[in-house]
Structures are given as structure tokens and as C-alpha cells.
Design a protein around this ligand. Structure first.
Ligand code: HEC
Length: 443
């Protein structure tokens, strides 16, 4: 609408966001768990005067915590870049709705960054108890960042009783219906990841003494076990998402169904693997075993994120804003420019300043050119044209212009993942004319 259109060939904006967001979340979450593992293990090692364990923890902090931390911060900036160019209106709304939430998040993030650098660089340079205190500051501040960001993210799928402009909106939005199950799940997965990575590190380091190995392996298993709760937390989260999204997962959209099932399977395997290793008193896991556990955690997690993003279609903020940035009746009071009601009256092109060919006005365009402009404003968020992410041309092979035109009247009823057409009848005519040129090309 009021922002330039981002047209990433083939992949589309949503895949770009996913490609950056999934590794980011994985790395960021790992560092939350890793800081707990370090703080806990260091406290015990200090109490027992165990310098061998401290030496292992130092390697853990320097190799597997610091590097991901830097990568996590970089991919975090990447997410802001990708979401701001791909869904600028959604990002703008989220920034406005959660002003203090973001402020708190960024403050915590600074505490977090300072703490990790102090933690790494003061190792063996200050009193062990003071060093461990920095570790706890790191563990707590990184957990708070996880909780804050998840309050904001979970709101997008389940706003619950939140209403724009109504009192206590921030709190209702933040403590939304899926806040607890998803926050707990993220926290438990983060602990599990840190545990599994410790196992891998030990498997790779032949020099770790047997006593340290056993102690750390026991701790790692204890950190991985709570991930078992995901098998309850996921169904809990499922029970509070909108009915439409539940139907996608229950077979309405086959990709969602598969990914949800795969996510559950991966978390089950992660829990099962941990329990089995504990029962067998396996204090010396192999590189393969540890890598498999990390793999299950990663794939399970990626599936969960994919379903979370996919199941909220056609909305980017449930019931409030469609993926295209157009707002619903609920958003109307806050949005004078591109609510569905305004666009239906004035046309989507009236608000989408950036979709017209450079230097031309609407009046100068042919119907097909106008139709392509409408496509960019109303469809490009979810469809590439010829090939790639959900490309539309292969979907409409053989459709006539009349079929296309009447489809636009009921697109949201035919496919519940699509928003209603945002624009005038004349714009529907133009879009149908443009799409008809695609089907000819396809033959
Ligand atoms: C919020 C995302 C989203 C937007 C915006 C969107 N679509 Fe779709 N569209 C989808 C999805 C997802 C599917 C696949 C649906 C399925 O398989 O259930 C789809 C399917 C289709 C199909 C195939 C129809 C069929 O019944 O097989 C056509 C045609 C289509 N879209 C046209 C459009 C046009 C034209 C626009 C713009 C006016 C548009 N879409 C906007 C998500 C979207």
C-alpha cells in the first residue's frame, strides 16, 4: 500500500522470511538454553572445586555459545529487514501495538549482549562466584527476551479478547490464549537444544575426562527431558488457535497437516531418545546419536514455525490484518487508508502508490497493465506469477476470462486461505483480463 512492493523472484517474501527466521529462532533459542546449562553446571563445579568441568564449560562457552550468539544477532537484524520489506504494514502495526514491549525487549537484549561478552572475557579472570553471577544474569535476561518476543508473536495467531483501542489492550494482546503453551514449549526446546549440543561437543572432544563426561551427560539429559512436555503443549496450543487454522491442520491444507504430524513425530523421537539413553545409562553418546537429537529438535521446531506461519492465512494478524496488509473491519478505526471497506469503495490502486509502472497514472494504463498492478497489490504477498512460491499461472491453466472474473467474487469462500478481493468491480475486470493473458501463455 503506502510502501514499495517487494517482489523477490521465485521465492516470494514469505519464503525469504522463513529462510531467515527459522535458523534465527533455532540459534537464539539454543543460546537461551546454553546460558542456563552454563550457569547451572558452573555453580556446581565451583561448589565442588571441579576445575576439569570448568575447563569443559569454558570450551562450551567459547565455541558453541559465542559464535551462535553473533550469528543470532545478525540473523535477528535479517528478520527485521525481511519482514519490513515483505510485510511493512504488519510490522508497522506490531511496532505500534507493542511499543513498550519492544522497548523492554531491546533493553533486555542489551543486557544480554553485555552479559555474554563479560561472561566470556572474564573467564578465569575474576572470582568464580562473581563469574557465575554474570552467567545467571545472562540466563535470566535471555529468557526474558524469549518470553517478550513470544508474547508478541503468539498474539499474531491468537489475539484472544484484544480489541484495538480498547482498555488494557497491551496486556490482553500479550497474555493471549496461546502465550503459555508456546512460551513453555520454546523454553523447553531451548533447554533440550543446549543439552544435545553439549553431548555433541563431548562426543567430538576426545580429551574430556570420564568423570566430567558423566556429570555433563547426566545434566544434558535432565535438560532434554522437559521437551517431553511438548507432546502436551502442542495439542494445547492447537486447541486455542482459530477453528479455521485447526481445519487446515486437520487435513484442510495437506502441507500443514504433514508438517504438524512431522513436528509431533520429531519431538516424540527427541523425548524417546533421551529416555532411552537415560535408562541405558549411556554416558558416552556417539557423534551420530547426539547429532540425531539435535536434528529432531531442529526439524520439530522448523515444522512448528512453518505451521504457525501457514495456519494464520489469510491473516498476518488474526482477524485484524490480511497478509496483503489490508485491514478488516476490526482494523478500520485505526486505518483510514487501506481497510477492506475503504478499498472496496475507492479501489485497491487508490491506496497502493507503488504498484503502477513508473511515471504513469492509472488512467493511462491498458486493462491488462492495470490488472497486473492489482495483482501486485492484492495477490503478490502469497503468489508468484509463473513459477516458484505458490505460482498462480500453473493453478489457472485452461481457465477462461469469465471463470477468472467470477472466481474473484468468491475467492475467499472457495479457498479459506485467501482474503476476500480488496477492490472495485472494475479492478476485478482488469485483474481477470491480466490473468487471462497468463492462461494463453500457458498453453
Ligand atoms: C493470504 C495469501 C493469499 C492471497 C493474498 C491470495 N491467495 Fe490465492 N491462494 C492462496 C493459497 C494458499 C492457495 C492454495 C489454496 C489451497 O490449496 O487450498 C491459493 C490458490 C489460488 C488459486 C487456485 C484456485 C483453486 O481453486 O485451485 C487462484 C486462482 C488464486 N489463488 C488466485 C489469487 C488471486 C487472483 C489473488 C489476488 C486477488 C490471490 N489468489 C490472493 C493464498 C493467497
Amino acid at each position: 500500500m503506502e510502501y514499495p512492493i517487494f517482489d523477490l523472484p521465485f521465492f516470494g517474501g514469505s519464503l525469504l522470511i522463513a529462510a531467515i527466521a527459522i535458523p534465527h529462532v533455532f540459534i537464539a533459542q539454543f543460546s537461551v538454553g546454553a546460558s542456563f546449562l552454563l550457569a547451572l553446571a558452573e555453580r556446581r563445579a565451583n561448589r565442588e572445586g571441579d576445575s576439569e568441568t570448568r575447563a569443559f564449560l569454558k570450551t562450551y562457552a567459547f565455541t558453541v555459545l559465542l559464535v551462535p550468539y553473533v550469528l543470532g544477532a545478525m540473523t535477528g537484524v535479517g528478520i527485521w529487514f525481511a519482514t519490513s520489506v515483505a510485510s511493512p504494514r504488519a510490522i508497522s502495526s506490531m511496532i505500534h501495538l507493542f511499543v513498550w514491549g519492544w522497548a523492554a525487549e531491546w533493553t533486555m537484549f542489551i543486557v544480554d549482549i553485555v552479559a555474554i561478552y563479560l561472561y566470556v572475557y572474564t573467564w578465569d579472570r575474576i572470582r568464580p562466584s562473581a563469574h557465575n553471577a554474570i552467567g545467571w544474569i545472562l540466563a535470566v535476561s535471555s529468557t526474558v527476551t524469549l518470553v517478550l518476543i513470544n508474547g508478541i508473536l503468539s498474539f499474531m495467531l491468537t489475539p484472544g479478547s484484544w480489541e484495538p483501542l480498547a482498555p488494557y489492550g497491551f496486556w490482553k494482546a500479550f497474555f493471549n490464549p496461546s502465550f503459555w503453551p508456546t512460551t513453555l514449549m520454546r523454553f523447553f526446546v531451548s533447554l533440550a537444544l543446549a543439552g544435545a549440543v553439549a553431548l555433541l561437543l563431548m562426543a567430538l572432544m576426545r580429551t574430556v575426562p570420564a568423570a566430567v563426561r558423566e556429570k555433563m551427560t547426566r545434566l544434558a539429559y535432565r535438560m532434554m527431558l522437559p521437551a517431553l512436555a511438548c507432546l502436551v503443549l502442542l495439542p494445547w496450543a492447537f486447541s486455542v488457535i482459530p477453528e479455521r487454522s485447526q481445519q487446515f491442520i486437520q487435513g484442510g491444507a495437506i502441507a500443514m497437516t504433514l508438517f504438524f504430524a512431522m513436528g509431533m513425530a520429531c519431538f516424540s523421537l527427541l523425548a524417546l531418545g533421551t529416555i532411552l539413553a537415560m535408562v541405558r545409562r549411556e554416558w558416552n553418546p556417539s557423534v551420530l546419536g547426539a547429532s540425531l537429537l539435535i536434528f529432531f529438535a531442529f526439524v520439530g521446531y522448523a515444522c512448528f514455525e512453518f505451521v504457525r506461519e501457514g495456519a494464520r492465512k489469510p491473516y498476518v494478524i488474526e482477524g485484524f490484518m490480511y497478509s496483503t496488509g489490508v485491514t478488516t473491519e476490526k482494523g478500520q478505526a485505526l486505518d483510514k487508508r487501506a481497510s477492506l471497506a475503504v478499498l472496496r469503495e475507492k479501489g485497491v490502486l487508490s491506496a497502493a502508490s507503488w504498484v503502477l509502472p513508473l511515471g504513469r497514472t492509472i488512467a493511462e494504463l491498458t486493462p491488462e497493465e492495470k490488472g497486473y498492478a492489482v495483482f501486485k497489490a492484492a495477490c503478490l504477498a502469497c503468489h508468484q506469477v509463473y513459477a516458484g512460491y505458490n505460482a498462480v499461472q500453473p493453478l489457472i491453466g485452461g481457465w477462461t476470462r469469465e471463470t477468472l472474473r467470477s472466481y474473484l467474487d468468491t475467492m475467499h469462500e472457495q479457498r479459506p486461505m485467501m482474503p476476500p478481493f480488496p477492490g472495485t468491480d472494475a479492478e476485478k475486470d482488469a485483474l481477470a483480463a491480466y490473468m487471462a493473458t497468463l492462461t494463453r501463455r500457458g498453453k
